[in-house]
Design a protein around this ligand. Sequence first.
Ligand SMILES: Cc1ncc(COP(=O)(O)O)c(C=O)c1O
Length: 409
Amino acid sequence: MMYPISKIKLDFPILNRKINSNKLIYFDNAASSLKPNYVIEHEMNYYKYEYAAVHRGIHTLSREATNKVEQVRYKVANFINAKQTEEIIFTKGTTESINLVAYSWGRKFLRSGDNIIITEMEHHANIVPWQVLAKEKGLLIRYIPLLPNGTLDLSKLLSLIDDNTRLFAITAASNVLGIINPLKDIINQVKNISNSLVLVDGAQYIMHQKVDVQLLNCDFYVFSGHKMYGPTGIGILYGKKYLLDNMLPWETGGSMIKTVSLVKETTFNQVPWKFEAGSLNTAGIIGLGAAIDYIKSIGLKQISLYEKLLTEYAFNILNNIPNIKIYGSITHNRIGVISFNLGKHHAYDVGSLLDTYGIAVRTGHQCALPIMDYFKINSVCRISLAMYNDYFEIDKLASVLTKINKILI
Ligand SMILES: Cc1ncc(COP(=O)(O)O)c(C=O)c1O
């Protein structure tokens, strides 16, 4: 039985807010999702009653906080079905996780003439770190192109891979087009014909559907807490243990060492702590653990089923608005991300008018300029749905967009 939607809304106090005298309708979940009381209270309780630095002290509070952090590591491992808890590294978010791999693994193992494959649908976070690394090391970057329906042209995949392909970095789901990539099949193909590693950017997928890193057989999987009802400033890098063991630390300092001396070479801690220099974002980690518990209490199966129906409803109703152009096909497997433009009107104008009705959407290039270039546009309006959105909100969006059409023409 689905946890009733009216009940889910009650868990999110910010949804009681009025924006410009209208009840808030929040359609900007792909940028950052809202936080339930359960997550907020866990973070607050840590600061109020449980606060201490972790991995340092022998006193009760410090030991309790350390246990909590390590319990969340276990929870995350379980959530994505990692083989070992040590394969989970706490970072600031998806962006930092990708940079960690580029900096640590890339700088140690890649040589001039090697190549990395990415796709034309990546977020800048999964493009720029590879471009910077490529420039520094003399690497080639190859791109799987988009098709007009917003899916990837996977017929090009095998021809792009050769003996010098070291990494294939791909998003699980597009933050602009909503398309979910058939990762299992893609990774099988890559692994069948090469020794390339695979990094999956799970930032847009993790809050919607079950992830099983062992089933996928990816080498790295990255995501952010704030996009899955958790706090900002906390994210995850999953990496296969043998890879992490062989990588060098990327930040150095306290907590990540085994021994330090002024006369002998410093030795490093084992994974995962080798990659967690300095004081951790303990409150963020505790909040992330609470977010996982919250999602599990509702169930990812029910969440994805409900969001699928809501997305189809939204797509069909928006598609009937005169003047609208939606990017990306509805018939493909997708998350609830729908990007559109209204005629020649700039997305900022449309987004600003929606805001006057209390409707929050994303406007701009969505940190995916290559997708904008492909469709020869410079910005889109994007709605991105979460489990607390409902059919009435979609109807309101459609009716306001119809009004905006008249105002702007
Ligand atoms: C697909 C994708 N990858 C990476 C990121 C970057 O995430 P963060 O800003 O949390 O590091 C985003 C953010 O929108 C995203 O949508």
